[in-house]
Design a protein around this ligand. Structure first.
Ligand SMILES: [Zn+2]
Ligand SMILES: [Zn+2]
Length: 351
């Protein structure tokens, strides 16, 4: 993905109010000494409020999963399959592959549907999400990477949401161009009223639908939607930043952390082919194969078939082959470093 520096010219095109609200540009960049707490030492200060909220939400989700007594009802399962698909699409198909990487183009109805799905997922606001993710790609595995995997599994999974941002994340994050979002009046409107979309669509409406249309009790509906489903969906997303940056092979670029992780692909609708994704971030499939454990790519193909998505980007097979041969770790199924057959060599072993 190409990113350009956000110049003063680009900034000044937007009214100052929007600029202040969306970029937080005028806030000074913090600098803090290494944080010490008894024997622990952190690079950045811990945000104890976030630690408390995230921990409590996880504990309540575990308890809720234990007490919900309707998991085996087909109607309830159907409800969660639909809700999980919309949630997943909101992150993978919308925030990630469309708004961050612009790996395909969407017509207006699809764009609105993608914003609807992103609200259901209930994560950070869209502009923050996109800026963090573009920063992650541009400065992977450095202090400027919001979830730098060099700081360990826990930090890259959820710890980064429990700590203040490293000053480099803020400093270098401001050099990442997000003017495509700021220039789009629909996104500016959506960003301004984000919580008015997020809270009803992520928590309130799904709970009411579960109760009134899928015959869930109030307890099961609230516990299932607001705790179990929410926490599972957050962790599925976070696994892409942690597990898919630490565990797996690297057929496309052996020098980077991101790895191919099938388990993450399974739980994150195709986002676990992360070595490929960091090598070809503009491919709408985020994987060499769009059909294997990659529900998001199948959905985007479907949107293309019904005329809502177009200009889907993918590299040629030849380009992928060249990249694999030049910089892969040799584990590619087709162009890995296999030992070529040599009849004379073989004879030595047979005789
Ligand atoms: Zn990544
Ligand atoms: Zn990405």
């Amino acid at each position: 993905m190409t990113t350009t520096v956000l110049t003063d010219q680009v900034i000044s095109k937007k009214p100052r109010k929007i600029h202040r609200a969306l970029m937080k540009e005028e806030k000074p960049i913090p600098s803090y000494p290494p944080y010490k707490f008894y024997k622990w030492e952190f690079k950045t200060p811990v945000q104890w409020f976030n630690v408390f909220v995230l921990s409590a939400w996880h504990l309540l989700a575990v308890l809720a999963a234990f007490y919900i007594d309707s998991w085996t009802k087909p109607k309830v399962l159907l409800f969660y399959v639909i809700l999980a698909t919309l949630t997943g699409l909101g992150i993978t198909g919308a925030a990630h592959r469309y708004f961050t990487h612009r790996s395909y183009k969407a017509r207006l109805p699809l764009k609105i549907f993608l914003l609807f799905c992103f609200s259901i997922a209930g994560q950070n606001s869209l502009v923050e999400w996109v800026r963090d993710h573009r920063t992650h790609h541009k400065f992977s595995e450095t202090d400027a990477d919001p979830h730098n995997a060099k700081r360990g599994f826990f930090f890259s999974h959820v710890g980064w949401l429990m700590m203040k941002k490293h000053p480099d994340v803020i400093r270098k994050g401001r050099t990442v161009d997000i003017s495509d979002l700021l220039d789009d009046p629909i996104i500016v409107f959506y960003q301004k009223y984000f919580n008015w979309f997020k809270i009803p669509l992520c928590f309130v409406i799904p709970t009411l639908v579960a109760h009134f249309y899928f015959d869930e009790s109030w307890f099961n509906a609230i516990a299932g939607v607001c705790f179990v489903k929410y926490i599972i969906s957050l962790n599925s997303t976070w696994c892409v930043n942690s597990a898919a940056h630490l565990f797996g092979n690297k057929p496309y670029d052996k020098k980077i952390y991101p790895s191919e992780n099938l388990l993450v692909s399974l739980i994150a609708m195709g986002e676990g082919y992360h070595n490929y994704h960091h090598t070809f971030p503009w491919d709408y499939r985020t994987a060499e194969f769009g059909k294997m454990l990659n529900a998001t790519a199948l959905w985007i193909d479907f949107f293309e078939k019904i005329g809502l998505a177009y200009d889907l980007k993918s590299p040629s097979e030849e380009l992928v082959r060249k990249v694999v041969e030049n910089q892969g770790d040799g584990s590619h199924y087709k162009w890995g470093h296999e030992v070529p057959y040599d009849a004379n060599e073989n004879k030595k072993f047979v005789n």
